[in-house]
Each structure stands twice: as structure tokens, then as C-alpha cells.
Design a protein around this ligand. Structure first.
Ligand code: C2E
Ligand code: MG
Ligand code: MG
Length: 362
């Protein structure tokens, strides 16, 4: 008899079939036996064997199974068709009788939007709907190109772009997101090949969230990429976002020092907004400070101007480059120049473009 034929399990299945959270039943002898509708939707499964879970080590239960069962939180290793990733879940070990039990797995997600983002990310990875757009960063006085920021562009099934702000914050803490980072780095190879072929001199910045940067193998992945693509010092740079998640700053500083010593500069993104605090300038080997877009929006106001001047003086004293993001008008550009901020980026000068279009400008 399989688990799902058991009378007790049948009740459970019935109650969870339409539950908004994804649930799966995993049997101790291996294999997924059942998924609720939400799990089928998120993983887009038509067959139960699309999905496999690495054996679960239960922490709670001893040989004798308690009647009330037990539960624990765990990162399960999941194989979904061709991709493998860790999945944050709560595992409930449910007794059937004195000898037998099974695992009910509840996929942990903060919200319905987070589940939707998970589903979209899986779908983009499996269907290669991951691309990059390129936006120029320039010297405000001369208009010369100094660097380029790469921006993720994920598409839904209809081919429409999924806004980054709606997806990235919801999935970047998941191990699945590192697969997106790897896929986006594959795309970057083309821009480096173009740069080399045309002997162009600018830094290509990749956005990395603190979650990604703090992963064990991050440094190695970046350094291998530099080697494989024969990149020179200053070819690749990193923009770090969501620094609130940089729990271990000294470890982060070690990673970025190492990368810097290999010619990979670090930019602090969205400075002055959210969690991007002053102390990062002291603790991390930052080369470039990117002032958050919000400063451009309000740069005609006296208070904002005072704040910009304050950051300009810090950057001067610490010998850091500074760049204003989100410049949309000539007035904003001129104000930043007047305040002493020499670099900028924004729709006024250049809108993010896909590679083919971007190449045509050289
Ligand atoms: P960000 O790194 O601060 O990127 C700047 C965002 O501002 C981009 O939005 C860009 O298209 C937009 N932008 C550029 N110029 C202007 C302007 O003049 N006005 C306005 N209103 N917006 C402008 P996008 O591409 O939607 O990206 C949003 C955020 O998503 C990024 O903010 C970054 O935090 C994250 N992101 C983008 N690509 C990646 C990536 O490859 N990896 C990771 N981890 N995060 C990424
Ligand atoms: Mg950025
Ligand atoms: Mg930014």
C-alpha cells in the first residue's frame, strides 16, 4: 500500500489539496508521492516524477514514532527536471502507526507574490528567458563613457519583461537565484567578447545582492569567470545591493578585497537609501559610490543638495569615485556637476539596451 492510500493520509491530502502553500508528500523509501495544487502550479509539473527530493534526515524522531509527529525546518535538495536547487521548507514527520511514518513537506514562502516569483524564476531558467540589458555610465562634464551597468531582464511566457523590483527582492534570498546569476554571467560573455574585439575600455558592472556575494563559492565563480574569459583588470566590476544581508562584514570585506586584488572594483549601489549605510564605506573596499535614484528626483531641493554635498566631500576625502543614478533631465545633470558629483547614469543620457542595439552605438 502506498502512503496516499492510507485512510489517515487521505484526510490530510483532502484538507491540503487546495491550501495556498505548496505541500508535497515524501516517503521514507524515496520519491514524491503526492503534491497539492499549489505545488503543481509553482513547479509546473504534469507528472509526479518531474520532481525528486534528496533523502531527508529527520532530526526529531527516534525509532519509536510519537503519535503527534514532529516537524523541523530544513533546506531540502530538490531536482526539478533538469535543474537542482535547495528549497526552504518545513518538514512534518507524520506517523501512520507505530512503525511507519512519512514526511509532509511544506514549501516556505513569505507570500503569494513570493510563490509567483519562484514559479517565474523556475520557468525563466528552464526556458532560457534570461537576458541582460546594458546602461551606460558616463562622465557628466565630457559625456564620455566610463562604465556600463548590466541589468537583468527576465521575460514571462508571453515575452513581456517581468519588472526586476517585483521579482528579485522576493527570490534573491533563495538558492535558486544563484542559477539566475550563473545564467546572466553566461550572457555577459558576449559583451566581453565584443569589448575585446573592438578594444573598448570600460568597466562592465554586474549587480550582486549581498545574499549572492556571501555564498561560499561566489569568489571562486567570479575569479574562474575572469580567467575563462581572459578579462583584464577593470573589465568586470560588481555593484553590491541589499547590504542589510551582509551579516558577516569582515568575511564580506575579505571576499571583496580578494576580488579587488584581482582587478574587480566594487561599487556600493543605492547609497543613501534603505540599508546602504555610511559604515560600509569604512568596512568594505569600495571604489565607487552610487547615489540612489531618489537623490536625482529631488536634487532641485535645497535639503537634497546639502546631502549630495556631504557625500561628495566624504568621497573626496576617502578618494572614492561617485556617481548619480536616475538622471532624467539636463537640469538634474547640471546640478550634480555643480555640486561636485562627476559621474552619472540615467534615461537623460542613455536608456538600458539589449546587446544588439547597444553594440550598434560603437
Ligand atoms: P539598480 O541596480 O539601482 O539599477 C538601476 C535601476 O534604475 C534599473 O532598473 C534601471 O533600469 C533604472 N534606471 C536607470 N536609469 C533610470 C532613470 O533615469 N530613471 C529611472 N526612474 N530609472 C532608471 P531595473 O533594471 O528595473 O533594476 C532594478 C533593480 O533590480 C536594480 O537596481 C538592482 O537592484 C536589481 N537588479 C537588476 N539587475 C540585477 C542583476 O543582474 N542581479 C541582481 N542581483 N539584481 C539586479
Ligand atoms: Mg545597480
Ligand atoms: Mg541603484
Amino acid at each position: 500500500m502506498t502512503i496516499i492510500e492510507d485512510q489517515q493520509a487521505k484526510y490530510l491530502i483532502k484538507s491540503l489539496q487546495h491550501h495556498p502553500s505548496p505541500y508535497l508528500i515524501f516517503c521514507k523509501d524515496g520519491g514524491v508521492e503526492w503534491m497539492n495544487q499549489s505545488a503543481q502550479y509553482v513547479f509546473d509539473t504534469s507528472a509526479i516524477d518531474d520532481i525528486a527530493i534528496a533523502p531527508i534526515i529527520s532530526h526529531g524522531t527516534s525509532k519509536k514514532i510519537e503519535a503527534i509527529g514532529s516537524s523541523f525546518q530544513s533546506d531540502l535538495e530538490l531536482s526539478l527536471r533538469e535543474i537542482k536547487f535547495l528549497l526552504r521548507s518545513r518538514v512534518h514527520e507524520i506517523p501512520l502507526d507505530k512503525e511507519e511514518s512519512f514526511f509532509l513537506i511544506e514549501v516556505l514562502a513569505q507570500s503569494e507574490a513570493a510563490l509567483e516569483a519562484l514559479k517565474n524564476t523556475i520557468s525563466c531558467l528552464e526556458n532560457d528567458r534570461i537576458d541582460m540589458a546594458y546602461q551606460k555610465q558616463y562622465d557628466l562634464a565630457s559625456g564620455d563613457l566610463v562604465s556600463v551597468e548590466t541589468l537583468l531582464r527576465l521575460r514571462d511566457e508571453k515575452g513581456d519583461i517581468i519588472p526586476n523590483d517585483k521579482l528579485i527582492p522576493l527570490v534573491e534570498g533563495e538558492s535558486l537565484f544563484s542559477l539566475v546569476v550563473l545564467a546572466s554571467m553566461q550572457k555577459l560573455k558576449e559583451v566581453f567578447a565584443f569589448k575585446k574585439e573592438r578594444k573598448l575600455d570600460f568597466t562592465v558592472y554586474l549587480n550582486v545582492s549581498a545574499y549572492t556575494a556571501m555564498q561560499e563559492n561566489f569568489c571562486k565563480i567570479i575569479l574562474d569567470f575572469v580567467e575563462e574569459n581572459d578579462l583584464k583588470s577593470g573589465d568586470l566590476g560588481l555593484e553590491i545591493t541589499e547590504t542589510a544581508e551582509l551579516e558577516d562584514r569582515s568575511r564580506a570585506a575579505d571576499y571583496f578585497e580578494k576580488l579587488k586584488s584581482h582587478g574587480i572594483p566594487l561599487a556600493l549601489d543605492d547609497f543613501g537609501a534603505g540599508y546602504s549605510s555610511l559604515s560600509y564605506l569604512r568596512d568594505l573596499p569600495i571604489s565607487l559610490v552610487k547615489l540612489d535614484k531618489d537623490f536625482s528626483r529631488t536634487v532641485s531641493e535645497q535639503d537634497t543638495q546639502e546631502l549630495v554635498k556631504f557625500v561628495v566631500s566624504i568621497c573626496k576625502n576617502m578618494e572614492l569615485d561617485m556617481l548619480a543614478e536616475g538622471i532624467e533631465t539636463i537640469e538634474q545633470q547640471e546640478t550634480f556637476l555643480k555640486l561636485g558629483c562627476n559621474n552619472g547614469q540615467g534615461y537623460y543620457h542613455h536608456r538600458p539596451q539589449f546587446l544588439e542595439e547597444f553594440k550598434e552605438e560603437f
